[in-house]
Design a protein around this ligand. Structure first.
Ligand code: FE2
Ligand code: FE2
Length: 227
């Protein structure tokens, strides 16, 4: 059996930056330690390294807006609290429920908990559009959604999507019309589709090179498989 050493994230560069912005109302180091152990370790694409990447993007985006850092930090570290290949479609709801229980135990204010729950549910865009919540999203939630999406692009995005595709046990390629969850190609094409779709204009700028990588990759993929 391989034992993975627990990482002390309080020494991480982006966490340190966030800690300077956070209030002194909570024991943040304890929260980070508990959450980093709780976040799924079976699905590498959604482990705490993903959270660190989302924190990095969100920190850059937060500079353009007036944000509540406590709230932004919490929705980011809790947004993928429980993700598995089985619950991928509704992991936002499962994670929101677990985040709610976690925050109640830590005696967070009910009003803030409800706000966090709503935000985590809406980090999946299909949920937002299904419920017509678009005009109810606050800036922190938009930053979460766009930062999360930025980590789906570029070479990291390709690696993350490859892991999901392996776990889905789907073919590499069926036809050029493949859809999401049908094949690796369908999954990568979906990444290309979402690569231009952001809530904030600053995210679009950040995504430029990463979107290009996906586009190029798909072009070569199609060439190699469709012969
Ligand atoms: Fe997610
Ligand atoms: Fe995520």
């Amino acid at each position: 059996m391989i034992f993975v050493k627990d990482v002390d994230y309080s020494e991480n560069r982006i966490i340190k930056k966030y800690l300077q912005k956070l209030s002194n109302k909570h024991d943040w180091k304890k929260i980070i330690s508990v959450v980093s152990k709780k976040v799924n370790k079976n699905l590498k694409s959604h482990d705490f390294n993903h959270i660190i990447n989302v924190l990095n993007y969100s920190y850059k985006l937060s500079k353009f807006y007036k944000v509540d850092y406590d709230y932004l930090f919490l929705i980011i570290i809790l947004h993928d609290l429980n993700v598995s290949i089985e619950n991928l479609k509704n992991h936002n709801l499962v994670s929101a429920k677990e985040a709610k229980e976690f925050l109640y135990k830590l005696s967070f204010e009910k009003k803030l908990i409800n706000k966090i729950v709503f935000s985590i549910k809406n980090h999946v865009r299909s949920y937002t559009f299904k419920h017509n919540y678009l005009n109810k999203l606050d800036i922190e939630t938009k930053i979460l959604c766009d930062s999360d999406r930025l980590d789906s692009l570029g070479s990291i995005g390709i690696i993350r999507m490859t892991e999901i595709s392996i776990k889905q046990n789907i073919p590499y390629f069926i036809s050029r019309n493949d859809k999401l969850n049908q094949s690796y190609y369908g999954n990568f094409k979906w990444l290309e589709k979402i690569s231009n779709n952001f809530y904030l204009k600053e995210s679009k700028k950040l995504s430029k090179d990463k979107s290009k990588i996906i586009k190029e990759f798909n072009k070569i993929f199609l060439k190699e498989f469709n012969n």
